[in-house]
Design a binder for this molecule. Structure first.
Ligand SMILES: NC(=O)C1=CN([C@@H]2O[C@H](COP(=O)(O)OP(=O)(O)OC[C@H]3O[C@@H](n4cnc5c(N)ncnc54)[C@H](O)[C@@H]3O)[C@@H](O)[C@H]2O)C=CC1
Ligand SMILES: O=C([O-])CC(=O)C(=O)O
Length: 309
C-alpha cells in the first residue's frame, strides 16, 4: 500500500509519522513546496524506525508528484493555518488555490487514489478537491469529525475522571463554530452521559468543543497538529485495512438529513472503497435546527468559493 501526504508542515508530518509508526502502509511519501522540508522530515521519520521498530519506508519530495505516483490514499494538509484572531474561513483565499493545484497534481499521478482533505476551511476545501478531481463523493472527503469528537471525548474524560477510551460520541455538521454535538449519542462504556454529568457541566463542555480549535490557536499562535495528524492517519488506516470503522466524516450530502449539495460532517462507514455508507440518524427538531444553521454557514463559504472562479 502507498500513501502520500501533501504538506510536510505540522499536521502533514505528524500524520506521516503516525502512519509509519503504526505501519499503516509500506510506502509513505511526503510532498511539500518548500525546498528540502519533505525530504528532511521523511528522513527524520525513517531514522526513528530502528528506535520505534517499524519498517514503513518514508520518502520526501519537493513538489515532485511523480514520487507520489499510484498512491492508494492521499492526504491533503497543504495550506496556511490560521493565526489568533482569524476564523478558518479567512483562509479560503489562499488555501483554495493551493488545494486546487495540489489536487491537479495528485490526480495526474494517482487517478485512482482516495483523497482525504485536511486543509481549512475544511468543508469547503473538500468541495474544492471534488471540483478539481471530479472524483465521486465516496472517494474525496474531509477530516474534522474525528478531531472534534476526540476533543469532546477528552474534555468529558477529564470532567468524569475516566479513561478517554471509554467515551463514545458522535457529532455532526461543519468544522466551525456551528458544529452539532449530539449528547443523546454520547455514552461512557454504554451508559448515557446524561446519567453521569449534570446539564450545565455538559453544556460547558459542548461549548468548549465548538471552539476547541480556536482555544489551541490562542495558546500557540498557530493551530493544532498532534490530534489532527493522528485523526487523518486513523482515516487512512480504516481505508487501507478495510476496517469499516464508523466515523464522522465531511462528505457532500445528496439528500441525507434533508440536505443536498452541501459538505457537512455525518457518520459514515469507512472501508477500502472510501465511504462505504452514509449513516442517517433520526434527529429531533432541536438537532435538525442546529444542522440547518451549520448547513447555512458552510453553504455561504461554498458560494464564496464558487465566486472565486
Ligand atoms: N481539518 C482539520 O480538522 C484541521 C485542519 N488544519 C488545517 O491544515 C492545514 C495545515 O496546517 P499545519 O500543518 O499546521 O500548517 P503548516 O504551515 O505547518 O504546514 C502547511 C504546509 O503546507 C505547505 N504548502 C503550502 N503550499 C503548498 C503547495 N502548493 N504544495 C505543497 N505544499 C504546500 C507549506 O510549505 C507547509 O509546510 C491548515 O490549513 C490548517 O488550518 C489544521 C488542523 C486541523
Ligand atoms: O482551528 C484551526 O484552525 C485548525 C483546526 O481546524 C482545528 O484544530 O480544529
Amino acid at each position: 500500500m502507498k500513501v502520500t501526504v501533501v504538506g510536510a508542515g505540522n499536521v502533514g508530518a505528524t500524520c506521516a509519522d503516525v502512519l509509519a509508526y503504526r505501519e499503516v502502509a509500506n510506502e509513505i511519501v511526503l510532498v511539500d513546496i518548500k525546498e528540502g522540508l519533505a525530504e528532511g522530515k521523511s528522513l527524520d521519520i525513517w531514522q526513528k524506525a530502528p528506535i520505534d521498530l517499524y519498517d514503513s519506508r518514508t520518502i520526501g519530495a519537493t513538489n515532485d508528484y511523480s514520487k507520489s505516483a499510484n498512491s492508494d490514499v492521499v492526504v491533503i494538509t497543504s495550506g496556511l493555518p490560521r493565526k489568533p484572531g482569524m476564523s478558518r474561513d479567512d483562509l479560503i483565499g489562499t488555501n483554495a488555490g493551493i488545494v486546487k493545484s495540489v489536487t491537479e497534481n495528485i490526480i495526474k499521478y494517482s487517478p485512482r487514489a482516495i483523497i482525504i482533505v485536511v486543509s481549512n476551511p475544511l468543508d469547503v476545501m473538500t468541495y474544492q478537491a471534488h471540483l478539481t478531481s471530479k472524483l465521486p463523493r465516496t472517494k474525496v472527503f474531509g477530516m474534522a469529525g474525528i478531531l472534534d469528537t476526540a476533543r469532546y471525548r477528552a474534555f468529558l474524560a477529564e470532567a468524569l475522571n475516566v479513561s478517554p477510551k471509554d467515551i463514545q460520541a458522535m457529532l455532526l455538521g461543519g468544522h466551525g463554530d456551528t458544529m452539532v454535538p449530539l449528547p443523546r449519542y454520547t455514552t461512557v462504556a454504554g451508559i448515557p452521559v446524561t446519567e453521569l454529568i449534570d446539564k450545565d457541566k455538559l453544556n460547558a463542555i459542548l461549548e468548549r468543543t465548538k471552539v476547541g480549535g480556536g482555544e489551541l490557536v490562542k495558546l500557540m499562535g498557530t493551530s493544532a497538529w498532534y490530534a489532527p495528524g493522528s485523526a487523518a492517519a486513523q482515516m487512512v488506516e480504516a481505508i487501507v485495512k478495510d476496517q469499516r470503522r464508523v466515523f464522522p466524516v465531511c462528505i457532500r450530502l445528496d439528500g441525507e438529513y434533508g440536505i443536498k449539495d452541501c459538505y457537512l460532517g455525518v457518520p459514515v462507514i469507512l472501508g477500502k472503497n472510501g465511504i462505504e455508507r452514509v449513516i442517517e440518524l433520526d434527529l429531533n427538531s432541536e438537532e435538525r435546527a442546529l444542522m440547518e444553521s451549520s448547513r447555512k454557514a458552510v453553504r455561504e463559504v461554498m458560494d464564496v468559493l464558487e465566486n472565486l472562479g
